[in-house]
Design a protein around this ligand. Sequence first.
Ligand SMILES: [Zn+2]
Length: 451
Amino acid sequence: MKKRKKLKRKILTYTLTLCFTALIIGIIYFGYTLFFNKEPQKSFLETIETTAYVDIDKYAIYGIHMNMEGTFTLPEEVEEVSLKLTNGTDNININWELTEEENNTYSFITSEYINEGIVLENLPKGEYYLVIETINHDKENNEIKKYYSVQNKTEYEDLEYYTLTKDGKNNKIDIEWNTYEEIPTLKFTIKETTLPDDVYDITIDPGHDAVDGGMTACSDGSTPDYYYGCYTGTTIHESDLNLEVSLELKRILEEMGYKVAMTRDDPEDEVYIYEKNGSATLANDTKSKFSLAIHHNSSGMGGTSYLKGLELYIANDTNLDLAEIFVNEITQNANTTTSPKQEYNIADGIYQRFFTLDEIGDDLGFWTTDMIYYYYIREVGGISTHAAQDGIYKPDYPKNEHYNSNNTAEPYLFELGYMDNYENLLNVLNNRTGYAKGIASAIQKYLEQEV
Ligand SMILES: [Zn+2]
């Protein structure tokens, strides 16, 4: 009897151990496939058509948007065709302008504006592939879906993007080519992260520096002498005014939770335009999404200017969504008006200044009339804004390391008011917080509407 009992117990122990081991192995295997998401991904990628691919001819990140252009020829006529990010289960539809060039041959662009396209701030966490989805129906009216993958026809490679800080958190987006076997693919991986030390949300460039003070004005409204400054009142340097508004803007943006970089934060600082951490480079050195240059204007006519009010200078090929919010918020918060200046004006308070043929002169070919005149806007935007300082054609200028970049900040240049209009000068001097508040709340409002 005793022996039998012992045997029974032994068998029971063996069975339990076996079951337990099997359970552990099962949990590990299930956890592994779930964690690394190996199986579902593979099965989706296996459904991709291998008879045709979509050529991506251009792609760029500018500010918070990614924009792309491409062409493709489908092997058959289709009822519906759309562009999407998908993993076979979750789909993110992407807006595009699609043109059928000839039978089954198409060209597309995600937006005609450089500051539109895929909103990178919005993408949910996970792994997605960029594909074109086609839909047809067979004789029994069953839906037949096909996926066509994309191939890189540009000189550019993988990209990385950090979303703006929100509640102390960020997402990192890795955009990588050809990660799966022999099939050309573009994979978006979105993961939660915190910003590395050298990555920022927004860059501010307080115009001019200790060497170049910019415009001058006298505190009593008298006209400063070119060499001696002010005979009455004290001399006000634009560089100092720019810095004061910028420091206030930084404080407000940081209160909103953003990480802010500045090209200078002390009146004694010197800033070099194209070198590392310069006016034209810091925003991209720090992977910032927006780059804000703060200036104050002068008519340069001597005496009192009839011009007064805000002028906001923007890039080429942009929609005016954020620019219009900047103008509204600044004029309201700073109790000011937009400038009546007509030259280069494209909308109330908004200006776009391109090079003219006269300004280009003998340098035609290096400068073109679709280039923005102001280096700050042109050079910060990389290929999207036709940046040109390659360090070769004009060796007297240092090279902008980001001139050929397809991953840049979105720049804006503010001329907040006219220092040679006394009424405008007093408003600027007494209302720095209002100007800073206007700029910061415009960014907040734009993101609420766009993201
Ligand atoms: Zn200036």
